[in-house]
Design a protein around this ligand. Sequence first.
Ligand SMILES: C[S@@+](CC[C@H](N)C(=O)[O-])C[C@H]1O[C@@H](n2cnc3c(N)ncnc32)[C@H](O)[C@@H]1O
Length: 336
Amino acid sequence: MTVGPGDPLHGRSPHVPVLLRPLLAAVAPVGGVWLDGTFGAGGYARGLLAAGATQVIGIDRDPLALQMAATWAGAYGDRLTLVHGTFSNLADHAPLDGIVLDLGVSSMQLDLAERGFSFQKDGPLDMRMSQDGPSAADLVNTAAEETLADIIYTYGEDHASRRIAAAIVRARDAEPITTTLRLAEVIQSVLPRPKPGQSHPATRAFQAIRIAVNTEFDELSQGLAAAELALKPGGQLAVVTFHSLEDRIVKRFFQLRSGAEANTNRYAPERAEDAPRFTLKTRRAVTADEAELAENPRARSAKLRIGTRTAAPAGRSENAALGVPMLPDKPKKGRR
Ligand SMILES: C[S@@+](CC[C@H](N)C(=O)[O-])C[C@H]1O[C@@H](n2cnc3c(N)ncnc32)[C@H](O)[C@@H]1O
């Protein structure tokens, strides 16, 4: 896909950065080399450069995001480097003075029907941020019913997961599900009509399928571990999340790494590897104020957490300790 005159995103302000003002205030004074692991429309990268970062490395797994930045990135010369890749590999760019991660999808990705993320716009059932590898249609049309139910339950916390998975399998047996609206229709067909003010019935299942297609939780846990390796002592890590499963991982990471989580074994000797690797810059998550909410409703569910790296050596990271939602090894029948 290209972006040029006539394309739906051409000339539009594509994505309003969320929580950027409180983030920049919390990490000030900004200097040295920062890495923006979720470059998107570059709102954070530009904010960091304006705030005094000597250099920003912007990573995005979506080639379109980087292509869109080509029109303006050159103006920053050597101060801005763009990299196509995933933030799980950010340690390749160590040592760093700061890292920002603004998780999830951008407004450009959601707004372009052909990217297949939205249940409100008809498009191919795609959902791949990187535009390669298996798509949502591949998953929905080939995965076992139990696997689909596990994904929808574990990554979407949808208690109707079994009913939804059964409906998907019934529908695809008649004809493959290839569009976003068809999938939304199939999901809706087995769920109660939403009451006024409730979200669309397909919201959770779509979130779950997107997380599975983009292996988002593996990316997050590996990205946090990589940040611990890559930051200099005194370097800062700021993470913005958009749903409770993501926020729980980031919160647990900072709790465990800062020693805010009490040692559960009181007989354990003090070990060097238990020394705090981060200090918490923000005790509670920072959320959007009224002014930002009025400007940008997308900020409603955003949470920002920030930690400062200590000089303690980096340690091992375990998904179970971080509360990373994990699919059962073998899908079990009749669990839900
Ligand atoms: C919410 S947007 C970021 C918006 C950005 N902060 C801005 O101000 O424009 C998230 C972006 O991160 C990218 N992304 C998500 N997960 C990623 C990952 N694991 N590695 C690299 N990029 C990722 C998405 O493709 C998307 O462009």
